[in-house]
Design a protein around this ligand. Sequence first.
Ligand code: ME8
Length: 646
Amino acid sequence: MTERFYITTPIYYVNDVPHIGHAYTTIAADVAARYHRLKGQEVFFLTGTDEHGQKVQEAASKRGVPAQQHVDELHVRFKELWARFNISNTDFIRTTEERHTRVVQKILQDLFDRGEIYRDTYEGWYCTPCERFFTEKDLKEGNCPECGRAVGQISEANYFFKMSQYQNWLIEHINSNPGFVRPESRKNEILGFLKKPLGDLCISRPKERLAWGVPLPFDDQYVTYVWFDALINYVSVHGQVPEIKTCGYWPASHHLIGKDILTTHSVYWSTMLKAIGLELPDNIFAHGWWTVNGQKMSKSLFNVVEPNKLIDQFGVDVIRYFLMREVPFGLDGDFSHKALIGRVNSDLANNLGNLLNRTLNMIQKYYGGAIPTPDVTGPEDEPLKAKAREVIATVDKLFSELAFNKILMAIWEFLDAANVYINDTAPWNLAKTDEGKKRLGTVLYNAAEALRFASVLLHPFMPASAVTLRQQLGLSATVEDEGLASLDAWGKTAPGTQTQPGAQLFPRIEEKEAEKILAAAEAEEKADEAQASGIAPIAEQVTIEDFMKLDFRTGVILEAEKIKKSKKLLKLKVDIGLEQRQVVAGIAEAYEPEQLVGRTIILVANLKPAKLMGIESQGMILAGSDSEKIVVAGFDQELPKGSKVK
Ligand code: ME8
């Protein structure tokens, strides 16, 4: 076992609203980091934000603020979310920090001096949103192969990194290090990609087109291509090249990424490291993609699953658990509230929650809350103890594979074994006889001990719940203090420990509550769809009785005039047959008063009068609107004044 463990997440684009996809990678890295700390390793866990590039420059200028101010304000959203999620990162790197840009420039200068970077004229296609160059054959139906948007043809002088010369070396490295790119399917994808000739990488952007980036140290008319800048974060956090080699944290144990950025990491980053003269990371793990109702999450589709809201609704640990348990790490998954509720009820409330409750209740009932001293052991105790030894070994092996969902399945098998142990030994029967009472203490001690094991194994996934679990068991030392070594023997809980039963760890989400959550989620989905289409969502249903309470009448506008100091309001006099009404209507931007006189309109005639700009309005006229215009409703044929409208 190497003493040091270094794990990273991608550094997220600072412009993005942090969503469940970003949380996924970060939580996975946190779980691994916490586990390796429990093993006694020195862990460095890095996350951060990617703050240069075209999109940031554009967003800042749209807001009318300097780019630096923009990123200073926006990156906080990630920091705050990670704090809420109990993310235990060692550092948070921002690519606009001087400690990072300094290293980027040093590396660039060094590569330039050694002839790894050269200047040439580039002719080809460029996708502005993706900030990437493409050759004719890369394009998909003439558009960007990444985002599908239109590309522009450009010809300009730029700087290039001699990436192509490392193609064969990289193929060889991937083949001789089976664990380098994982899962296997992604490794094959990269090997497939490397069958085509690898070009050199354009690593500069002319300042006149893009000013927001790290200036090239050897040509101040250019800034660094955002990926060449961003990837270096994984080492710049440790200092300059000589220190990186000696800091003890390089090469990284794992770069966790989503499958969207597999090429940039396994090809660009690997060849960059080779050229710089640094070792390659032990592993690049590209996990799968979360969709919502089968659709990609994106700001423009208004369907981003907002983690803060989920935390408010379900709690941090439920979300951490769900994301790690629901989908095998490496495969795609679809997010649904229904599956989330299912997991809470079956795994957390029923299985874990129940084991804790029944154990504490019986310890309370039979031993006044103090964990009993084990007395007579029996053959039924053995399978549980064996399972405990087994789960520790299984979990350790699965952590080396980052098989988070399998780890949780293994822990739950152990919890199942503890529940089965209680069912089979039936402490409630043991309590009835003197002979049985000799076994009772042992059974309840073992149940409590199983929960202590669970608290340690669950800590990486649900750190706050592990704390509560241990408080209720009466254990004073924290999991972090005791580490995995506290599981090296069965029986470390001190008999006599006073338990402290408290609130249920994971209350069941009852059917009514579940229905409410699902209905709210569905309404939100509809609202998202509507927002994406530009149409306002449909309001809550009303009954026909509700509707019939409203009295709509036809009326003719007799007079119309502007209201002083109001841009939007007109004062109208409307004849509705039985009487005349004074109405204030918000249509001044759409109609001149004289256009309205003589028109037949529809008036809500039984609306309580209200004052607008000090003028009483005795009804409301119907009009349709979108973001650009307002149109007063009318009829295609004449109707007498005062006619009912339904
Ligand atoms: O690509 N499902 O940043 P980014 C799963 N700045 N994971 C998802 C996801 C989803 N729907 N959406 C995002 C960048 N992710 C660059 C990285 S690294 C030197 C530079 C996660 O903000 C996943 O980890 O677009 C993915 O790779 C990453 O967020 C992309 O984040």
